[in-house]
Design a binder for this molecule. Structure first.
Ligand SMILES: Cc1cc2nc3c(=O)[nH]c(=O)nc-3n(C[C@H](O)[C@H](O)[C@H](O)COP(=O)(O)OP(=O)(O)OC[C@H]3O[C@@H](n4cnc5c(N)ncnc54)[C@H](O)[C@@H]3O)c2cc1C
Length: 384
């Protein structure tokens, strides 16, 4: 076990942070307010090597390890203080790109990954439906084989990047009797006949990412767009994504905590009440100390999951679940306390902490709620 971060790895963090301070932070208030997606910014992220961070160089990627991808993602969200863009990156690079990289045929990798890495194409991931969220395996979207193509019917809900993505990883039932073992994964292009973007979803936070419903009406998917083996959609794709999601993607929620710590420390040292900086008051100091403790605990949990990925192991479900609960709940508590420490100005948009609370609220719901994770942890501890 080696907990050190090398100088070279630290420079990845610093580079991503500096990039985001320059390119992301400067427009985040405006993009959040108008729910604006910025194609040019995405292209700059790609040029900086962020979009293709974990993919091999032969597919146009940056070739970073999972641990290094965490560092880049944490640094990016630290500098940009932009949870929505961080989530859009995760939906494209991690939830869509990683399954193509790890499960795709050579043709699929060659077709999709280089254009994702270059920023030309954005990806998305379609698992949830209006009737099936936590119980995702009870999905209704179906795929039926017809000659050399699949015909998809159904709809997906809450799809990050839905309105702007070029292609979508879609899970659909291919063997209704087999339940979770009868679900397959497809890569569906936006221009396939029968594909439609449904209603735009108006959100509380994460407003720098776009979200929509996705509809499949006799959508024609060529057979070569099946991803991985038939009926392995839930047991293989979903399992593969878990470890990546609960390390590289969740690292954004760590960066957000660090950004809030920066804001709070600066403010607490400057703001004077009762003739002294509020940082001198023990009640304030303890809140700041707790923010730091939560951040450090989360960092160890997330980077351990990434280390397991880099070691070639499947991260244990329980480790990933513990990381998910701790980091998402810490992100909310830290954002809430940051507002408290800033007082009235914390409640305004100017200091970015109110947006970070709105963004952080999603983290205990999306990608497996805290309640579901606690169920997994309890089952494991109780040895059920
Ligand atoms: C902004 C946003 C972006 C999203 N992006 C995507 C995306 O890109 N792709 C995608 O596929 N999905 C996406 N989702 C969907 C997200 O993953 C689901 O919202 C999440 O899985 C929860 O499902 P649900 O909303 O249907 O809630 P439900 O499953 O209906 O849960 C409602 C409540 O019941 C609790 N609950 C449910 N079952 C249990 C249980 N067994 N034990 C205890 N409590 C339980 C839950 O914890 C929750 O508190 C996104 C959601 C949002 C809001």
């Amino acid at each position: 076990m080696d907990f050190r971060i090398s100088e070279q790895q630290q420079s990845l963090y610093n580079g991503a942070k500096a990039f985001a301070e320059r390119e992301v932070f400067t427009t985040v208030l405006e993009r959040d307010k108008h729910e604006r997606w910025d194609d040019a910014l995405w292209k700059k992220m790609a040029d900086a090597g962020l979009i293709g961070a974990p993919f091999p160089e032969e597919y146009g990627g940056t070739g970073l390890t999972a641990m290094e991808t965490c560092l880049v993602q944490e640094g990016f969200t630290h500098g940009g203080h932009d949870g929505g863009l961080s989530m859009a990156w995760g939906a494209s690079t991690i939830l869509c790109g990683v399954p193509i990289w790890k499960l795709g045929t050579e043709d699929q990798k060659q077709k999709y990954l280089p254009k994702m890495c270059s920023g030309e194409w954005v990806g998305a991931f379609c698992l949830s439906e209006a009737g099936s969220g936590s119980d995702a395996a009870s999905m209704k979207t179906k795929a039926v084989k017809d000659g050399n193509r699949w015909i998809l019917n159904g709809s997906k809900m809450w799809i990050t990047n839905g309105p702007i993505a070029n292609h979508f990883i879609v899970t659909a039932v291919t063997d209704p009797e087999a339940k979770a073992f009868g679900i397959s994964t497809f890569i569906v292009d936006r221009d396939f006949p029968g594909f439609k973007v449904g209603q735009h979803i108006d959100k509380m936070g994460m407003n720098t990412s776009r979200t929509s419903e996705i509809l499949f009406e006799d959508c024609e998917v060529p057979e070569e767009n099946l991803l991985g083996d038939i009926n392995s959609g839930f047991v293989v794709t979903a399992k593969l994504i878990l470890g990546w999601e609960r390390s590289t993607m969740l690292a954004g929620a760590l960066g957000g905590q660090r950004a809030n710590l920066d804001v709070v420390c600066r403010y607490a040292n400057e703001r004077v009440q009762f003739n002294r900086p509020i940082a001198k008051f023990q009640a304030v100091r303890h809140m700041i100390a707790d923010m730091k403790i939560r951040y450090e605990i989360g960092r160890n949990l997330i980077y351990r999951v990434a280390w397991q990925l880099d070691s070639g192991d499947d991260p244990p479900l329980i480790d990933a679940a513990i990381a998910k609960v701790q980091v998402s709940e810490a992100a909310q508590k830290t954002a809430r306390d940051a507002i408290q420490i800033l007082g009235g100005v914390g409640y305004t948009k100017e200091y970015h902490v109110e947006r970070s609370l709105r963004d952080a609220i999603l983290t205990t719901i999306g990608a497996g709620s805290s309640e579901i994770q606690r169920g997994i942890i309890a089952r494991s501890v109780l040895d059920i």
